[in-house]
Design a protein. Structure first.
Length: 68
């Protein structure tokens, strides 16, 4: 009987995405790393929080995270 191969986790995706308790994929916002001096504090506060990956992209991310 042949063994089934193991899938590898995409390490870049593992560092960027987390899976919620209900199976949705969370991501961080972009645009908060540099040139923050002229961005409003309210905008920076909103960028701190995580958000969900769009459903159109979620299936691709789930394939990169087979064991998440």
């Amino acid at each position: 009987m042949a063994k089934k191969g193991k899938r590898k986790t995409h390490r870049g995706a593992a560092k960027r995405f987390k899976v919620s308790a209900r199976g949705k994929i969370k991501r961080g916002h972009s645009g908060k790393r540099h040139m923050t001096g002229f961005k409003k504090p309210s905008r920076m506060r909103k960028l701190r929080k995580s958000t969900l990956v769009h459903p159109a992209d979620a299936s691709n991310v789930k394939k990169m995270l087979p064991y998440a």
